[in-house]
Ligand binder design. Structure first.
Ligand SMILES: [Zn+2]
Ligand SMILES: [Zn+2]
Length: 180
């Protein structure tokens, strides 16, 4: 079995952030991680009425590609959604091969205000969301421990309250999921 997680930049060019992501994923999971070739967002993922991109369409494109890779993590800076929510920070197959994070809403203070945050806070949020969405691809559900990376995040406040780490319980479950 491949143990490779490949990061797929989707029109995303922040190399410093991509490098930090690859390092964090390799720290958080017993897997290797590299930044792979960039791809375009699928044209059919744009919802012109909403001015946002449909996350599920993007996941479908990712999951159909690079079949020798264990997991794919798409990274984009466009605004993504699923039909039942106004916006999302990320989305993943549960379980499945593909996960997606968007940096679009991670660079601002919680509303109201929406002032920009400094780069280290921004990067930290992206890392947490990436670990979270990858966790879903392994079959991990949301966790009630607000400091666990698998805690649900509806607002950046929730992201700021958690860490990139899995709690003891989620780490234990992960072992089971990765070594059935
Ligand atoms: Zn989640
Ligand atoms: Zn947990």
């Amino acid at each position: 079995m491949s143990t490779l997680v490949e990061i797929v930049p989707l029109g995303f060019e922040d190399q410093g952030l991509l490098t930090a992501l690859a390092a964090e994923i390799a720290r958080s999971y017993p897997l290797t991680c590299r930044v792979g070739a960039a791809e375009r967002l699928p044209a059919e993922s744009l919802d012109e009425k909403r001015g946002q991109y449909h996350a599920t369409r993007i996941l479908e494109q990712l999951a159909a590609s690079r079949l020798d890779v264990f997991r794919l993590l798409g990274v984009t800076d466009v605004d993504i959604f699923t039909p039942i929510l106004r916006y999302i920070f990320g989305e993943a197959m549960f379980p499945g091969r593909a996960a997606l994070v968007s940096t679009y809403r991670l660079g601002m203070e919680p509303s109201p205000g929406n002032a920009p945050v400094d780069r280290s806070l921004f990067i930290g949020r992206v890392l947490k969301e990436a670990v979270h969405e990858l966790g879903h691809t392994f079959g991990l559900s949301h966790c009630r421990d607000p400091s666990c990376a698998m805690a649900a995040s509806l607002d950046v406040k929730h992201i700021d309250a958690k860490s990139t780490r899995l709690c003891y319980y989620c780490a234990f479950l992960l072992q089971d999921k990765l070594n059935p």
